[in-house]
Design a binder for this molecule. Structure first.
Ligand code: NCD
Length: 326
């Protein structure tokens, strides 16, 4: 595995399966009454968040704490960033404090790459979402959730998602979740179809390893997982569709559409959801929707990523057991 996790495209099939398997092992340990493992004791993880976040920030914090790392949470609001401090000076400050890993979310696509290649810091850099570019740990937790549901045999350990059909629906243009998922799912052997109005399909999508459709009804009947994306109004500077009602009617998932999915197929959403827009409350609250489960799986995935980047090269469970018996 590389030293940083910037893009889902940096992961080989073996890297990705190793992360999923490690997360599976860690998830089993989390079922014990005491969830904390001593594995990263004495290491420091900094959460550097320049953009709003609920799930991702809390999830990285919980993951680092369950591995006994020291966690420093930094959010741009209320810091010297609002006084004009640059990314470089912020990074040098973190380095001076001895960060072993920096988890960064930034509104600028490419900021985590800059941090990883600048030489300002020595620790591992993990991209927690950069602009409209990538969100690799989200794609990993989505793949983990799919593997658990679609390859039930011992939660799919050691296996990829070969031949599974995944439909990603909605605001693809502004979605780092979609971009990371397309890369990772292709690496894991899944067949991906993107569905969106033509105005929300990114330029150059022909070179992505997936199909594109403008007709949700034509694909829902033959898919194993449907991933609904939030319409990202905060990134829109123009009108991309006529009305919300029109969008919901053509690209939203309601009970009728969900009923046309194969019986085993799941509905996914990375959150935050716009209920009534891309997904109805009926679907969001149904037991086919894995949104809440995805959040729980996110902690296991981020534990696995931090564990592997910060030097774990044997089984996570074995390390935990050895340290416990000391
Ligand atoms: C996503 C994000 O921030 O990219 N959410 C998340 O991390 N769970 C998707 C979104 O904001 O719609």
């Amino acid at each position: 595995m590389k030293r940083h996790l910037i893009s889902a495209a940096d992961l080989s099939r073996d890297d990705a399966v190793l992360i999923l398997d490690t997360a599976e092992e860690l998830a089993r340990l989390a079922d014990r009454p005491i969830k904390k493992l001593p594995t990263l004791r004495g290491r420091t993880v900094v959460n550097l968040f320049f953009e709003d976040s609920t799930r991702t920030r809390i999830s990285f914090e919980a993951a680092a704490k369950r591995l006994s790392a020291d966690v420093i949470n930094f959010s741009a609001k209320g810091s010297s960033v609002s006084k004009g401090e640059s990314l470089k000076d912020t990074a040098l400050t973190l380095e001076a404090m001895g960060a072993d890993a920096v988890v960064i979310r930034h509104h600028a696509s490419g900021a985590p790459h800059r941090l990883a290649t600048s030489g300002w810091i020595n620790g591992a850099v993990v991209n927690a979402g950069d602009g409209t570019h990538e969100h690799p740990t989200q794609a990993l937790l989505d793949a983990f959730t799919m593997r658990r549901h679609l390859i039930p045999d011992a939660s799919g350990v050691g296996q990829d998602l070969a031949g599974r059909r995944v439909t990603i629906v909605g605001d693809i243009l502004h979605s780092r979740v979609a971009r990371s998922n397309v890369h990772l799912l292709a690496t894991l052997g899944a067949e991906v179809t993107l569905v969106a109005p033509p105005t929300l399909v990114p330029f150059g999508v022909e070179s992505w390893p997936c199909e594109v459709s403008y007709d949700l009804d034509a694909v829902v009947g033959k898919t194993d997982a449907v991933m609904m994306l939030r319409v990202q109004r905060e990134r829109m500077n123009a009108a991309f569709f006529p009305t919300e009602r029109e969008y919901a009617r053509r690209y939203g998932l309601d009970g009728d559409r969900m009923a046309r999915m194969p019986e085993h197929a799941i509905v996914m959403h990375p959150g935050p959801m716009n209920r009534g827009m891309e997904i109805t409350a009926e679907v969001a609250d149904s037991d086919r929707c894995t949104a809440v489960e995805q959040v729980a799986n996110g902690v296991s995935i981020r534990m696995a990523v931090l564990y592997l980047l910060l030097g774990g090269n044997e089984s996570a469970a074995a390390t935990a057991r050895t340290e416990e018996s000391k």
